[in-house]
Design a protein around this ligand. Sequence first.
Ligand code: HEC
Ligand code: HEC
Ligand code: HEC
Ligand code: HEC
Length: 157
Amino acid sequence: MSVFKDAGHLFRFAGLFVLAFIVFWAIRGYVVPKSFGQYGHYRGNAIGEIAARSVHFAGHDTCETCHTDVLDVKKNGKHAHVNCEACHGALAKHADDPASVTPPKLDTAVLCVRCHATTAAKPKGFPQVSAEEHSTGLPCETCHQPHSPAMVAGGAK
Ligand code: HEC
Ligand code: HEC
Ligand code: HEC
Ligand code: HEC
């Protein structure tokens, strides 16, 4: 078998591969978490860990069961489809215990421009204003009722 006369280097090379594979398998066994692959290509324990996290958002349905007056104002206005917590922030703690957790007051100078500041990236049809020119420094709720912003604050229509 003269073909394999000088084959020593091939076997050493193959040996290196085998060694690398064993090292890989040993490290893999050490670093991959035990529950990995229990249900699929992820840690089985992750399901329990995520389920154990506390809920931060109550969802607008929950808010509306108590704040029916706000809903009545909001439902026919331009903000009908902007959910409560998009503006008020996550309030599950308040919804669970309104007596002891009071939502923080919102600063409309910060809040409203987050969605309505003019930028070239927004769709043309989305209502946008340059806050300084438009509001001349007055808080937005001086003129807009936040829950139904086309209404004049405090007034009819
Ligand atoms: C179980 C009933 C209940 C639920 C659910 C509830 N609230 Fe309230 N909320 C209250 C009560 C009671 C007050 C205090 C009312 C008052 O003092 O005028 C209040 C007050 C507020 C205030 C005003 C605080 C202030 O400065 O006067 C805001 C804003 C508010 N809630 C937002 C929300 C949002 C958003 C949700 C949904 C995530 C929500 N609430 C869910 C009962 C509830
Ligand atoms: C577009 C943003 C926005 C949305 C959406 C929104 N709010 Fe408000 N809300 C405000 C602002 C601004 C104020 C006035 C400042 C403050 O009280 O923090 C306010 C005030 C309130 C107040 C106290 C004063 C009042 O008008 O009674 C309550 C209660 C309230 N919001 C509940 C809700 C609930 C419930 C929802 C969902 C049905 C909701 N808000 C959706 C921005 C919003
Ligand atoms: C989370 C994003 C968001 C925030 C925050 C927000 N808005 Fe809006 N606003 C919207 C959306 C969405 C519409 C509906 C746009 C449409 O009809 O295409 C809207 C509509 C409006 C309109 C009606 C424009 C028209 O076409 O007549 C006014 C005015 C307005 N908002 C003012 C405000 C004011 C004032 C605040 C602060 C109290 C505010 N918005 C906060 C998302 C937001
Ligand atoms: C001095 C009163 C006043 C103040 C303060 C004010 N607005 Fe307005 N805003 C108006 C009036 C009036 C209109 C309707 C005029 C029109 O249709 O052009 C309007 C229209 C809008 C529109 C709709 C623009 C469009 O293209 O349809 C948006 C969005 C808006 N305002 C957001 C804001 C925001 C955000 C603030 C706070 C930074 C604010 N406004 C403060 C009076 C005011």
